[in-house]
Design a protein around this ligand. Structure first.
Ligand SMILES: Cc1cc2nc3c(=O)[nH]c(=O)nc-3n(C[C@H](O)[C@H](O)[C@H](O)COP(=O)(O)OP(=O)(O)OC[C@H]3O[C@@H](n4cnc5c(N)ncnc54)[C@H](O)[C@@H]3O)c2cc1C
Length: 402
């Protein structure tokens, strides 16, 4: 049964209301997180709550029934949700990446890229469906090549009436519960294979293989998805082939920095759970414990500032070199901070917090995933290092960034 949200305020119609509802939902998500983590199951009731609060329409423009959120608004909402349940926030991040990128690409740019008007109509339908509760997932990663777009092996062929897509994806958060998947695929016929985005409806031609049994973020249900599917011409996002690498460079926020908000929220959850545990056991007066919590507090606040600053710049000055640099800083700082803080707080809390079912034990495992998600901390650090040494971080790399 889905419990009503306590205020009975109804779905959010603007970003401020969305943020308040996300903060209100966080304890409810936290209360369910242990069971979903243990069983590795998708948090259905969490998503029923998110739907009831209108949060799946967060990025949908108001004219299509959504909240019309900016990237900064998304960041604030994702931090709140992740403070409750990291896995739920991570699935929400994937959905918001799809809807946010669609909503924030200006119509003029889409037309300049050569997209037909039918694409704009299809995009509006997708965004309106999200506001009505549709959930979208991202199916980019593949076994053997991870999320490296340049090595994508899933292929598409033009059929005359659309495209046929064949291949297999892995690590697909929300697989089996999404209404459609954002799929990356390369043109099977091109000499220099171009990688494109398609939005593929769940159902006929898509098969979920339940493979997800990982260390952290277990409730994301990030199973494998096999594709042998025919889609119409409007499934090609942007209406243009081969735009994925271009978008990754020009608009890196949805591929790089949207995770950062999730991992800042996870780091805050480590502080919350650590504080509760330490007070409960009367350990909070120990000087060593206090200094670990003090360092953790400073580290999380610093990471949150970097992530908030990156989000502000993306919202106010998207796509500038300096904004994009903040995007990469945000991902690196959030991923590394979450792992370091969760580890230190766990050590302050002691071995009793490592028992299965203890919130810190789960948060420690969830926090470990931040640095591993693309762009990994090592890749972010290299990108930023090249930029700091006056190089071009996209071109001055021995291997492609994506
Ligand atoms: C909890 C969780 C949820 C996820 N959800 C999704 C999802 O919904 N959809 C999806 O598509 N994927 C998802 N992923 C997958 C994720 O986005 C990555 O694709 C995946 O983690 C890559 O895994 P990999 O083991 O191949 O490692 P890689 O990312 O390939 O990394 C392996 C090593 O190579 C290094 N490396 C990687 N790329 C480069 C490079 N360009 N230059 C230099 N070094 C490099 C890394 O730093 C690392 O040391 C999820 C992952 C996790 C952990």
């Amino acid at each position: 049964m889905v419990l009503p949200v306590s205020t009975g305020a109804g779905p959010a119609s603007d970003p401020e209301a969305a943020r308040a509802l996300a903060a209100e939902l966080a304890p409810r998500l936290a209360a369910r997180a242990a069971a979903h983590d243990a069983a590795g199951t998708f948090p259905e009731a969490d998503f029923a709550d998110l739907r009831a609060c209108g949060l799946l329409g967060l990025m949908t423009p108001a004219r299509l029934g959504g909240c019309g959120a900016s990237f900064a608004d998304y960041t604030a909402v994702a931090v709140e949700l992740a403070r409750g349940a990291g896995a739920t926030a991570l699935i929400f991040n994937m959905h918001s990446s799809v809807t946010g990128a669609l909503a924030h690409t200006p119509d003029d740019l889409v037309r300049q890229m050569g997209a037909p008007d039918s694409f704009l109509a299809a995009r509006d339908r997708l965004l309106a469906d999200a506001a009505a509760g549709a959930l979208y997932a991202v199916a980019m990663s593949e076994r053997g090549t991870g999320s490296r777009l340049s090595r994508t092996s899933t292929v598409y062929h033009a059929t005359g009436s659309g495209f046929r897509i064949t291949g297999s994806k892995t690590f697909v958060s929300g697989a089996g519960h999404a209404d459609a998947y954002l799929v990356t695929a390369k043109d099977a016929g091109a000499f220099d294979p171009r990688v494109s985005y398609f939005l593929v409806p769940a159902g006929e031609g898509t098969r979920v293989e339940p493979t997800w049994d990982s260390m952290g973020m277990r409730a994301t249900g990030s199973h494998d998805v096999h594709l042998d599917v025919e889609v119409g011409p409007d499934a090609l996002l942007g209406g243009v082939e081969g735009v994925t690498l271009l978008l990754a460079e020009a608009m890196p926020q949805w591929l790089v920095a949207s995770y950062a908000a999730v991992y800042v929220g996870v780091a805050r959850a480590a502080l919350d759970a650590g504080g509760a545990h330490l007070r409960e056991r009367g350990l909070h007066t120990l000087p060593t414990v206090r200094s670990r919590m003090g360092r953790a507090d400073a580290a999380v606040s610093a990471a949150e500032l970097v992530v908030t600053e990156a989000a502000r710049r993306v919202t106010e000055q998207p796509g500038t070199p300096e904004t994009n640099r903040w995007v990469w800083r945000a991902k690196l700082t959030a991923g590394d901070t979450a792992a370091a803080v969760a580890s230190s707080v766990l050590e302050a809390a002691g071995a009793s917090a490592t028992r299965r079912g203890h919130p810190l034990e789960r948060i420690y495992r969830d926090a470990r995933c931040g640095a591993l998600q693309p762009a990994t901390s090592d890749v972010c650090a290299d990108w930023l290092g090249v930029a700091a040494l006056d190089g071009d971080p996209h071109r001055d790399a021995e291997v492609p960034r994506w």
